[in-house]
Design a protein around this ligand. Structure first.
Ligand code: ADP
Ligand code: ZN
Length: 735
């Protein structure tokens, strides 16, 4: 056989190395990118072949053999594997876990890429049956049979049927007894991709949009373009043009959107304007649906792939363009486990594929603006709203000088009345769900705290419970103080309380609350947004959820109830973030012909932030913030990595980081700044003590060299066994 050939296999375990296996006896050589089933300890695991090697550090008799080869052809191609390895190196995260994050659940479990599915269908006898007669005797059986008859010859796969009609099995058995239904297996062979429909015409691009399209088109190969356009400036129109061109040239396009950005509105717009069915990849899909989209992207049938964070890894035959919409959105950063930035990986991927990428936002991150200033990326701006819409006007209300009741100041209340009288719609924004953020004793001032976290419990009035928004812990509302026996009362406002206030104040108006409590049921979010869009509510109350990407034609007033939390934030990103959330929610106002108004309530009207925002807009705030960061040497002027640890005992969490700090000192030779270890800003969460160690450097390479050596040292250290720990490269939250 000549040289011994060893397979380097990635396995979904928290160890940063590949595992060596011998190919199976039958001479089959699974190529890199194929899955194999392997023995692992006493278990079996599905692994991904990353490479072949001539040799192994292990003696031959200790290398185990692959049990099964699951793919004859590689599931992932060279360029896809490259991205996994890059991500694993850059984020210093085990490659097996990276691979697991990149492929759909069913493939991770070892299922075939095009699995055999159980289907059920109506038999020939059912086609001549009198359904109405059946419906009188057995309505559920009739309902099921109608579903199956409508589905035609291929019937329905069992998973989809269970979603449509959870209790179908009983009726099915009854129908089977009468020979009216059958059960069979089918491969979910993808239907022919639907032919391109007629694309609906869009508006003619204005001069700014045209200039952007021309500049993006001008570059050949990789080029990063920041499309900096105020809300409603027509960024999506620019995307549509570029997507249409790429698809016409026979290429595929990947569009990444924030978690909440994949709305029916956007999907409908893509479908009708491009005349094709986008393949969707997001958390609301079933495992099978996700596998289908992934397969269609991989084999090239899906010309347009639209997905959230993990879609950045979707293999594609011939990607010609990547778009990241709402580039500033934090949902692009995975905050647990494998902590990666999908936006940054999208840029890396575009570079590797040598194709253009467009990153759009009304509030680009300072990182992107800094790249533009340095001349690495193009800065394309759309400073005006497209069509007839004009920018909304911002006004500050001084909470110290005006009367306010339960969060609603008189000037804001007056503005609501005015806009509603003029048949407008109002959005009242407060990024705090629940009834009140605090329950306080009217006698001694004692507040209700979470027993498992260093935080207060939020009052939820509807079901009279206290809930911790950090760990989910809940208990009935305390009527009386446990310390002094006096009555407890809610303090401050959440969206539920604001909803009550508005209902009382505007009894003949329709008030609708949209937050994660009101939209828990599947599909509830979409329905609520549709009703809001159709103008079936006069006043919308909600959190961050309402601020993103939506287009409410009648909306003319935005009220920001409490922006002050962000003014004094401890994170160096506080100002950037506050400006982003205000500008994003303000952007919902006046998107059509009527001019919008934005009222910001603050107890600190003299804070320089407000003046800068009102005079200079987001760009002004961004400019100041960049200057501050340059002086303080924060990113993007330096690089960060945050080492976190958590344990049931505080001393364990710290001991681990002390060990880590010692290793870092030995590795860094003064090239890094080390801050900590310190308690995390919320030192106890869900019963665990949390601590952190921040590494900072202006020399990115030095930082990564240290992390590369540090990781295996930490994996092997006994102190690691008592804690949960992680490395977060380019953290967006410093806690
Ligand atoms: P953004 O993505 O920047 O928020 P959109 O592309 O959604 O902006 O455009 C906002 C609105 O303006 C949409 O109703 C869109 O149809 C309209 N619009 C965009 N570009 C033009 C244009 N060139 N002429 C007229 N209307 C336009
Ligand atoms: Zn808690």
């Amino acid at each position: 056989m000549g040289k011994l050939s060893v397979l380097k296999v990635a396995i979904n375990v928290p160890l940063s190395r590949l595992f060596d296996y011998l190919p199976p006896d039958d001479g089959c050589r699974p190529p890199p990118g194929a899955r194999v089933r392997v023995p692992f300890g006493k278990q079996r695991q599905v692994g991904l072949v990353i490479a072949h090697a001539a040799d192994s550090a292990l003696p031959r008799n200790r290398i185990r053999r692959v049990l099964d080869v699951l793919d004859n052809a590689p599931l992932l191609r060279e360029e896809d594997l490259w991205l996994l390895r890059f991500a694993s190196d850059y984020y210093h995260h085990p490659v097996g876990e990276v691979a697991a994050a990149a492929i759909p659940a069913l493939l991770r479990q070892g299922r075939p890429i095009n699995p055999l599915l159980r289907h059920v269908g109506a038999s020939d006898a059912a086609r001549v049956l009198d359904i109405e007669a059946l419906a009188k005797k057995a309505p559920r059986q009739a309902e099921l049979l109608t579903l199956l008859l409508d589905a035609g010859g291929n019937g329905i796969d069992v998973d989809s049927l269970t979603e449509q009609m959870p209790a179908w099995r009983r009726s099915f058995r009854a129908l089977a007894g009468k020979g009216l239904v059958t059960e069979f297996e089918m491969r979910a062979d993808d239907p022919e991709p639907p032919p391109r429909g007629a694309a609906a015409a869009g508006p003619k691009l204005n001069a700014d949009q045209q200039a952007a399209v021309i500049e993006i088109r001008a570059a050949t190969g990789f080029h990063a373009n920041i499309l900096d356009g105020v809300t409603g400036s027509g960024k999506t129109e620019v995307y549509l043009h570029l997507i249409g061109e790429a698809i016409a040239a026979g290429r595929q396009v990947l569009v990444l959107v924030p978690e909440i950005g994949l709305t029916p509105q956007l999907v409908t717009r893509l479908r009708t304007r491009l005349g094709i069915e986008p393949a969707l990849l997001h958390s609301g899909l079933s495992d099978l649906e996700r596998l289908r989209s992934w397969r269609q992207a991989r084999n090239g049938d899906a010309k347009l792939v639209v997905g959230t964070r993990s879609a950045v890894f979707t293999p594609m035959q011939d990607a010609g363009l990547i778009i990241v919409d709402e580039e500033h959105d934090h949902s692009f950063k995975q905050q647990e486990g494998f902590r990666y930035s999908a936006r940054d990986l999208a840029i890396v991927r575009a570079k590797h594929l040598d194709i253009p990428i467009v990153l759009g936002s009304a509030t680009p991150t300072l990182e992107m603006l800094h790249h533009c200033a340095a001349g690495n990326y193009s800065h394309l701006s759309l400073p005006r709203r497209a069509g007839a819409a004009r920018p909304p006007e911002l006004r500050i209300v001084d909470l110290g000088k005006t009367a306010s009741a339960e969060g609603l100041s008189e000037p804001l209340a007056a503005a609501i009345s005015e806009h509603l009288a003029d048949s407008g719609q109002a959005l009242i924004y407060l990024n705090r769900r629940g009834f009140a953020p605090t329950l306080i004793c009217s006698g001694c001032g004692h507040v209700a705290e979470c027993p498992r976290c260093d935080s207060r419990m939020t009052v939820h009035a509807k079901d009279r419970r206290l809930r911790c928004h950090h760990c989910g812990n809940a208990r009935p509302l305390d009527e009386h103080c446990g310390e002094c026996g006096a009555a407890m009362r809610p303090l401050g406002e959440g969206t539920q309380r604001l909803e009550d206030v508005l209902v009382r104040r505007y009894p003949d108006r329709r008030v609708m609350r949209i937050d994660s409590d009101s939209t828990q049921r599947k599909g509830a979010m979409g329905e609520a947004l549709q009703r809001a869009t159709r103008g079936e509510a006069d006043i919308l109350v909600g959190t961050q959820m309402l601020s993103k990407g939506h287009h409410f034609p009648k909306l003319t007033l935005v009220g920001i109830v409490n922006a002050d939390q962000g003014l004094f934030g401890t994170d160096f990103r506080s100002a950037e973030r506050l400006a982003q959330s205000i500008i994003q929610v303000a952007g919902r106002a006046g998107r059509e012909s009527r001019i919008g108004e934005v009222i910001i309530q603050t107890a600190f009207p003299a804070h320089p932030f407000w003046q800068r925002l009102i005079e200079g807009g987001y760009a002004g705030v961004a400019q100041d913030a960049l200057e501050e960061r340059r002086l303080a040497n924060w990113p993007p002027f330096s690089r960060l990595a945050l080492l976190r640890s958590a344990a049931t005992r505080r001393s364990d969490a710290h001991a681990f980081l002390d060990v880590a700090a010692g290793f870092v000192a030995g590795l860094a030779h003064g090239r890094l700044r080390v801050l900590g270890p310190v308690d995390a800003p919320m030192a106890r969460r869900a019963g665990r003590y949390r601590a952190q160690l921040l590494l900072q450097s202006t020399d990115r390479r030095a930082l990564h060299e240290v992390l590369r050596e540090l990781r295996p040292m930490l994996e092997a250290d006994p102190a690691a066994r008592k804690v949960r720990w992680s490395i977060d490269v380019d953290p967006v939250e410093l806690f």
